[in-house]
Structure formats: structure tokens, C-alpha cells
Write a protein that binds this ligand. Structure first.
Ligand code: FAD
Length: 456
């Protein structure tokens, strides 16, 4: 019996449904997710993870893994599964001689940024520091540094992983190249990552970062200019555009607070000289206000944390774009007036640069030539609003998809299953063959699942 055996092995770190902290520990970032695992194992070592995997397998239970718990589809937690909670494994060790960082599988980017920036270095991660390193990385991972330094997986050198067999292996280009290819974009399908080693880059500590706000009436002009210039922007810069409700920011007149605006969230590695690259995106339009300024990189990395904190209900869609057409821009600006809640948004993330230097088949992440990812998102608090806000979002997403190219970033897919072909695209068949080799019984299936299949 799993509960008895693991209970005596892990003691209080095996949490069962009748225990008082069960509800708290099974909770993830998206409040829409309400799944009850069979048990939650809070592991402290790779050996403990291995034992949990072996026990789950012998009981016929699926295994889910909680890294930072941020996945919108809630794939950290599966109904009736054994949930391996990595939150007690979050050590970060910087190797200054080799400019590397080694990160345990339950750490968040906040911990990585703090440890690396103490030495003026940084790893290429995401834009919200409470996001888990593991989930973000295994799906690809892009943030402010990606146009200069590539995806998180492009900076990954080695992963310590517990396979479905329970074996603890080192996964790298030298040791297991087929598996190393698969885990760079294939998400949590192949095992439990207990340790990651990333290449570091000199960054900051000061960078140019912050939001610049524009009136909705000017949004079409600014977005057209952004669509044209952003793909040619210096790789040292990255700018995301967001149609959203104006926050009560001190740089905005009070009359603007709570109204609909376009925000350019701008990042540049050159804290002084970068200003010209960024203001060129405005197309001559006078902003309503701007908090773009020289700041520490760690401040930029956590600037958005509060806006996207735990505790709200969320639903997103993700669309791939090679270009932002005038028709799409007109549609987005029109729909911005209909956002169903004040926390909802029509967000456009910028990719390209170093991400696109690599062929789609070189790692499992297949969206290399995509220059923008649009993520219309709704965020609300009251379950009574579910149908209304999700219904609105789905209808907007249907329209956006007419202006998009196929595919969706695995880490932005809001449904917990059925996203494999959109997520893995041209790399799906190869991923299935790797899955067949390393997880033939599909133990790791609480994710955008790659079903095991023979090659060809
Ligand atoms: P979890 O929910 O814990 O896990 C997600 C998936 O990864 C699950 O399937 C799980 O099985 C698997 N997994 C987690 N840990 C492990 C492990 N140790 N070993 C094996 N599998 C594991 N993405 C970006 O690329 N860039 C961004 O800037 C960005 N910003 C975001 C901001 C917010 C507010 C949110 C909610 C998400 C953001 N994302 C971003 C998406 C993010 O990459 C995904 O939500 C990702 O899944 C989060 O990883 P996690 O470890 O926090 O999630």
C-alpha cells in the first residue's frame, strides 16, 4: 500500500487528503484548478523522488510534479495522482569559475536571480520571478533576455532526472542526447528534473526597464509602428505590448487610472544608450506617462509579480504570429474596450532574435520562427463569473486565430490535455519515440501529454 510504505519512508512529508495542510499544498497558482491527488510527497532528495516514482508505478498511479505551481492548466496536480512537490528542493549554487548555475527542481526564478545577480550574472528565465524554474524551462522558457541569449533551454547544459524506471540519470548532449533533445521543450513528459545546470551571462546589475502607457486612441498607431520595428529591434532589447486597464501608477494622471490603455513593457540591456531603441517604437506618439528607467535587473524581474500573484481565477489562450497585421491590431484595439474584468488583458510577447537562430528540429521547442505570441487572458475572482469571462475569451481567441499561424507555446495552454499537436508541432513524432523509450507506460501523463509511440 503506497500510503503506508511512503508514509513510513517520508514521515510527515507524505501529505494525505485527510490532513489539515492537504488543501493548502495541493493549491496551485490558478484558482480554477481544484484537483485532489491521492497523496502529496514533499521530497528532499533525488533518491526520495526515485522511491516515490517506483511506488506510484507499482500502484498504477500517475505521477504529477509541482515545480513553482504556475502552470495555467494546473498540470502540477492530477486528480487521484501522486503529486511530487519539489518545493523543499530549491538550492541554487553559482559556479563563478565556469559561469554556471546549478538549480534544484523546486526553485523559482526569484532565487536564481538573487544568487546570480550577486555576481553581476543572470540566467535566461521568465518575466515573473515567482514562476518555477522547472516548468518554465522544460517547456522552452522565454523572458527579457531571450532575444539576446535564447530560451532557457538554449542555456541548459545538464539536468539530473529521475526516470519512470526510478533510475537517477544525468541528461546532457554527452550522456543521453535523445532525452536531452526531448526535455528542451517537451515539458514534464520524461521524468522528474531534480537539478538543472544553466550557462550564465553578465547582465546589469542596472538595466533599462519599465512600462510606458499610451491612450487607447493612440494604440493603433503605436502598435502598427511596434509591429513594423520590433522584429528589427536590437537583440539587447525586448518589448511586450499589453492592452489593459491602467494601474494607479504615480506616473499617470489620476484621471487615467482605471481606463483602458496600451502599455509597452520595455527592457534593454544598455541602461543609458538603450533609450533610443525603445522610444523609436512609439512612432512619434506622446505617451500618457512612463516609468521606463534605469533599475536593477532583479527589480525588473519582479516588477510584474504583484499583478500576477497567486489567488485569482485565470484563463488564457496563446497564438503564434510571424507578424502583427493591421487587421489584427484593429481587432485587438476594438476588443480592448470589452475586456470583461479590470485584471484581464490582451498581451503580446516578443520573441525572435537569438531564439530564431536555431532550427525547429534542433530542440523539442518547435516555435523558433515565431516573432510574437499573443496571449489574451482573463483574470477574475468570483466563480459566478466563470462562464461569462471564459466565454468572452474563447470568442476573442477564435477571432485572433484567424490572424495567427498554427501552434501554441506549451507553457501557455490553459486546458490540461489535448494540446500536444499545437505544442510540439513538427517535433511530436520524435518526442513520442523518445517517450516510448523512457516512459513506455506514460507514468508522467499529467501534462500536455506526449503519448508513447514507435518511431515512424
Ligand atoms: P508547475 O505548475 O509546477 O509545473 C508545470 C509543468 O511542469 C507540470 O506539467 C509539471 O509536471 C512540470 N514540472 C514542474 N516541475 C517539474 C520538475 N521538477 N520535473 C519535471 N517536470 C516538472 N513562461 C515563459 O516562458 N516566460 C514567462 O515569462 C512566463 N511568465 C509567466 C508568468 C505567470 C504569472 C505565469 C502564471 C506563467 C508564466 N509563464 C511564463 C508560463 C510558465 O512557463 C508555465 O506556467 C510553467 O509551466 C510554470 O512552471 P512551474 O514550475 O511554475 O509550474
Amino acid at each position: 500500500m503506497l500510503k503506508t510504505r511512503l508514509g513510513s519512508y517520508l514521515g510527515k512529508r507524505l501529505i494525505l487528503p485527510d490532513q489539515p495542510d492537504f488543501d493548502e499544498v495541493r493549491t496551485v497558482w490558478n484558482q480554477m484548478i481544484d484537483r485532489r491527488p491521492a497523496a502529496i510527497a514533499q521530497c528532499q532528495t533525488a533518491e526520495e523522488v526515485s522511491r516515490c516514482v517506483i511506488e506510484a508505478k507499482s500502484e498504477g498511479l500517475a505521477v504529477s510534479v509541482r515545480g513553482g505551481g504556475h502552470n495555467i492548466a494546473g498540470t502540477a496536480v492530477g486528480e487521484g495522482a501522486l503529486m511530487i512537490d519539489m518545493s523543499l528542493m530549491r538550492d541554487v549554487v553559482v559556479d563563478l569559475d565556469n559561469r554556471l548555475v546549478t538549480v534544484q527542481g523546486g526553485a523559482t526564478w526569484a532565487e536564481v536571480d538573487a544568487a546570480t545577480q550577486a555576481h553581476g550574472l543572470a540566467a535566461a528565465g521568465g518575466v515573473v520571478s515567482s514562476t518555477g524554474v522547472a516548468g518554465l524551462t522544460l517547456g522552452g522558457g522565454f523572458g527579457w533576455l531571450a532575444r539576446q541569449h535564447g530560451l532557457a533551454v538554449d542555456n541548459l547544459l545538464e539536468v539530473e532526472m529521475v526516470l519512470a524506471s526510478g533510475e537517477i540519470v544525468s541528461v546532457s548532449d554527452e550522456t543521453l542526447p535523445d532525452l536531452f533533445w526531448a526535455i528542451r521543450g517537451g515539458s514534464g513528459n520524461f521524468g522528474v528534473a531534480t537539478r538543472f545546470t544553466f550557462r550564465l551571462h553578465p547582465v546589469g546589475p542596472e538595466v533599462l526597464f519599465g512600462p510606458t502607457f499610451f491612450a487607447l486612441n493612440d494604440a493603433g498607431t503605436v502598435l502598427r509602428n511596434y509591429a513594423d520595428r520590433a522584429p528589427r529591434l536590437s537583440r539587447r532589447a525586448c518589448v511586450w505590448a499589453n492592452l489593459m486597464t491602467a494601474p494607479p501608477a504615480p506616473v499617470l494622471d489620476e484621471s487615467v487610472h482605471g481606463t483602458m490603455v496600451l502599455t509597452l513593457m520595455q527592457f534593454h540591456l544598455d541602461p543609458v544608450a538603450g533609450i533610443d531603441d525603445l522610444t523609436a517604437l512609439y512612432g512619434g506618439v506622446e505617451p500618457l506617462g512612463s516609468a521606463l528607467m534605469q533599475r536593477p535587473f532583479v527589480e525588473a524581474q519582479s516588477f510584474l509579480d504583484e499583478a500576477y500573484d497567486f489567488g485569482a481565477r485565470n484563463y488564457w489562450r496563446a497564438h503564434n504570429h510571424r507578424e502583427l497585421t493591421p487587421d489584427l491590431i484593429d481587432y485587438l484595439v476594438k476588443e480592448a474596450r470589452n475586456l470583461p474584468t479590470p485584471e484581464s488583458e490582451l498581451l503580446i510577447c516578443q520573441l525572435g532574435g537569438a531564439i530564431s537562430d536555431i532550427e525547429d528540429a534542433q530542440t523539442a521547442f518547435p516555435h523558433r520562427q515565431i516573432l510574437f505570441v499573443s496571449t489574451p487572458g482573463v483574470r477574475w475572482r468570483d466563480p459566478a463569473d466563470d462562464e461569462r469571462v471564459v466565454g468572452w475569451l474563447k470568442q476573442v481567441s477564435r477571432e485572433i486565430s484567424r490572424h495567427a499561424v498554427p501552434g501554441a507555446y506549451v507553457n501557455f495552454i490553459a486546458e490540461s490535455g489535448g494540446g500536444a499537436s499545437a505544442a510540439y508541432g513538427s517535433n511530436l513524432a520524435r518526442l513520442q519515440a523518445v517517450k516510448k523509450k523512457y516512459d513506455p507506460d506514460n507514468l508522467f501523463r499529467v501534462n500536455q501529454n506526449v503519448e508513447p509511440a514507435e518511431a515512424g
